[in-house]
Design a protein. Sequence first.
Length: 293
Amino acid sequence: MRVEDLSLFIKVVESGSFSAAAHSLDLPRANVSRRINELEQSLSTRLFVRTTRKLNLTTQGQQYYESMQDIIRRLNDANSALHSHTASPSGLVKMGVNVGSDHYVIDILKSFKQRYPDINVEARYSNESYQGLFEHGLDMAMYVGSLDDSSFIARKLGGFSKVIIASPEYLEQNPVPVTPQDLLQHSCIIYRSYSQRLENRWQFTNQEIEVSYHHISNNYAHIAQAVEAGMGIALVPYILAYPMIEKGTVCHLMKDYVSSSEEAWMVYPSRNGLTHTARLLLDYIVSRVPEYL
């Protein structure tokens, strides 16, 4: 039995499949399956129940996973302490990123690379839920919204406020909304979440407005660009709209009415499973993102 195989076992459990674990570690799937088989043989115990659709732990596998948590944590802590006093940190970290967050994520990753030149980062952009993202073998993922899975660890980045925007071209041809009630005279552009929920109920101070809409997207960057093109009014995260507002290509409307905001998080499957390099990136992102909010 090798320590590497124990870490691989933890990775398979937290990734949810052999394929996701293989992708995360840049290993052939057959290699992962073979090593887990060898681990089971050395323990004389089946750790997983394998089906065509899902991978589940056996009762013995669950017990073994729980007992391994403290051991792996201590090992990772020892490795981190050693790395901090030796050579420059190196390796690959895979992270999930919200679509439309390019302008600040790239800036953060650029400065991270300058600080840790030997650490490589693979960014996967997606509007999937954070649970689905880890099927792709990620170490961590950025997520905006409520968290509903207690098996994940999350570190708060801050609150993303939302603002109403429209282009000067659109406002030349339509009445300028002054209050939330005025939005009822407009056909808006709205967001569809990963869960397929239409976000056509916009929350303001002390009131909620159900708007009419003519265009839908699951990508806030697309929505902001559609507004910039004069297609209508939209409620978008301020962090995404800010560059357009500064350039004057869109107008920030109804500033006196504070709209809803959503919490942003960095989510990962287990604090025990993070590598030293992943911890460095996680800590850096958590420290930097509030500068952009």
